[in-house]
Write a protein that binds this ligand. Structure first.
Ligand code: ZN
Length: 243
């Protein structure tokens, strides 16, 4: 079984009726529902208000892929938990970073840049183009999909050059944005996916749900766990050969 844990700060939904209208049980529950039919996948959720934000060692020990949604409370995420998640990513846990989580502590730590961008929220149309059709995260999509009302994110998005650029968005207002990118950090695979502003029903969209499902399977580590040196320096006192 592959375990997915969905972290959502879960604040807007309780404070803003316009958000609660789309996500009465929280964004995390809608994403969990979208993944519920996947065979061999078990889904857990975690929220800011829980003890250790729901991201205890026990939960993370079993988490293959962590999904992160946050917006207004990035600074309320305890540094100790960020350190914990960071080490797990280096060790091979996949991380899917959604929308405004571009500014989360964990994503900024992993990128090492400001992760700044442009934004405008007037409910304009977004067209998300597949620009890497060889990538498994795009499987089952058409050449592009559209979201009728979104918050615009524009370039420059201050992140390091990605390993892979998968989606490029165009907005009715004219801006473009690199909406799907991947990086590797240590053994961990990271996918940033832009759509997801809380006042629109973005996570109910079938194409968005397909991307998230594909991304979970892509982010599961399947490489070599025997090679050492990731996360800390190791003193190898004994030579492999006679010197
Ligand atoms: Zn937003």
């Amino acid at each position: 079984m592959i375990q997915v844990t969905i972290f959502n700060e879960f604040l807007h939904e309780k404070e803003n009726p316009a958000v609660a209208a789309h996500y009465p049980e929280g964004i995390h529950e809608v994403i969990a529902d979208a993944l519920a039919d996947e065979e061999d996948l078990v889904v857990f959720t975690a929220t800011l208000a829980e003890l250790e934000h729901g991201l205890t060692d026990e939960i993370l020990d079993d988490t293959d892929v962590l999904i992160w949604w946050g917006h207004k409370a990035h600074e309320d995420v305890e540094d100790e938990i960020v350190d914990r998640v960071y080490q797990r990513v280096l060790a091979g846990m996949g991380l899917i970073v959604l929308h405004s989580a571009h500014f989360s502590k964990i994503f900024r730590r992993l990128m090492g840049t400001s992760c700044g961008l442009l934004w405008r929220n007037i409910g304009e149309k977004e067209r998300v183009w597949v620009v890497d059709p060889t990538h498994p995260i795009t499987e089952g999509l058409d050449a592009y999909f559209e979201l009728p009302e979104t918050e615009m994110y524009g370039e420059v998005f201050d992140v390091p050059p990605p390993d892979e650029l998968i989606f490029l968005s165009w907005f009715a207002g004219g801006e473009v944005f690199r909406s799907g990118m991947t990086w590797r950090r240590g053994r961990g695979r990271i996918f940033y996916f832009r759509p997801g502003h809380e006042t629109y029903p973005i996570y109910h969209d079938p194409d968005v749900q397909l991307v998230l499902t594909n991304a979970v399977w892509w982010a599961v580590f399947d490489g070599n766990k025997a090679a050492r040196g990731i996360g800390s320096p190791i003193n190898v006192e004994d030579p492999i050969e006679d010197i």
